[in-house]
Design a protein around this ligand. Structure first.
Ligand SMILES: NC(=O)c1ccc[n+]([C@@H]2O[C@H](COP(=O)([O-])OP(=O)(O)OC[C@H]3O[C@@H](n4cnc5c(N)ncnc54)[C@H](OP(=O)(O)O)[C@@H]3O)[C@@H](O)[C@H]2O)c1
Length: 227
């Protein structure tokens, strides 16, 4: 594993924690998000861009080509409560959470495959197996993201390139809006757990954090089907 990475969606939350954790480990990081970055570091460069805009593809390409990128992490995500008068929010959610990831795969996978090594990581959610009346677009976009990431990982398993689908429970960021947040984790702890599993020779295709929350969602899927 080398020391150059690109993180999409890192001005805040888990992406920001991952950026800081990689810099502490001596990596070079290029970040992309809509807001400026709080990070000032000799090994860090930031591009302001929206993953839903055409400019994103060029900005991502420049970030990938600026170095011999070994690690790409997609953290960009939004999630708003459902309301029938705000269905445009659902489109924004799919474009950010799912299509932004698909576009990131489209640009970064050929780059990693040409090197026959490297890892592509997507931050998904354990809601991917549940129906969600609170935020149907969020749950469905994460279901698509998880299935796509894990299937791509299977499809390229003999190439030397890895794809890791990180399925998260509750993490203490502005994204976590639920009233009840069992086993709430801090973003720094989550970043550390992700990197400890991803920066190995054989990263898992699916990473559940925390694992006991994954067990709870399996139970919820079968016994509380109306969640
Ligand atoms: N927190 C949780 O409990 C939890 C649970 C399960 C899964 N997740 C997933 O983990 C990922 C990170 O979430 P978080 O908790 O760290 O949330 P966060 O603190 O809200 O961070 C989200 C990041 O995504 C970026 N972003 C959003 N829309 C974007 C766009 N259109 N273009 C570019 N960047 C965009 C934001 O930056 P800008 O606003 O500057 O663009 C921000 O840096 C998300 O995919 C989320 O769904 C979180």
């Amino acid at each position: 594993m080398g020391d150059r990475s690109v993180i999409v969606g890192n001005s805040d939350g888990i992406g920001l924690a991952l950026t800081r954790a990689l810099l502490e480990r001596g990596w070079t990081v290029r970040g992309l998000s809509r807001s400026p970055s709080q990070v000032e570091h000799a090994s860090y460069q930031h591009t302001i861009v929206d993953v839903r805009e055409r400019e994103f593809l060029d900005a991502l390409e420049r970030a990938l080509e600026a170095g011999d990128t070994h690690l790409v992490i997609y953290c960009a995500g939004i999630g708003e409560p459902f309301h029938p008068s705000r269905l445009a929010d659902d489109i924004a959610t799919f474009e950010t959470n799912l299509m932004g990831f698909v576009r990131t795969v489209e640009r970064s996978l050929p780059h990693l495959l040409s090197r026959k090594s490297g890892t592509l990581v997507g931050l998904s959610s354990m809601i991917d197996v549940l129906r969600s009346k609170a935020s149907p677009a969020y749950g469905a976009s994460k279901a698509g993201m998880s299935r796509y990431a894990e299937s791509i990982g299977l499809a390229i398993r003999d190439t030397g390139v890895k794809v890791v689908n990180v399925r998260l429970g509750f993490v203490n960021t502005k994204m976590a809006k639920a009233d009840f947040k069992p086993w709430l984790l801090q973003p720094e702890e989550v970043a550390d757990r992700i990197l400890r599993r991803v920066l190995t020779a054989s990263p898992p295709r699916r990473l559940n954090i925390p694992r006991r929350m994954a067990a709870l969602t399996v139970l919820a899927q079968f016994f509380v089907g109306r969640l």
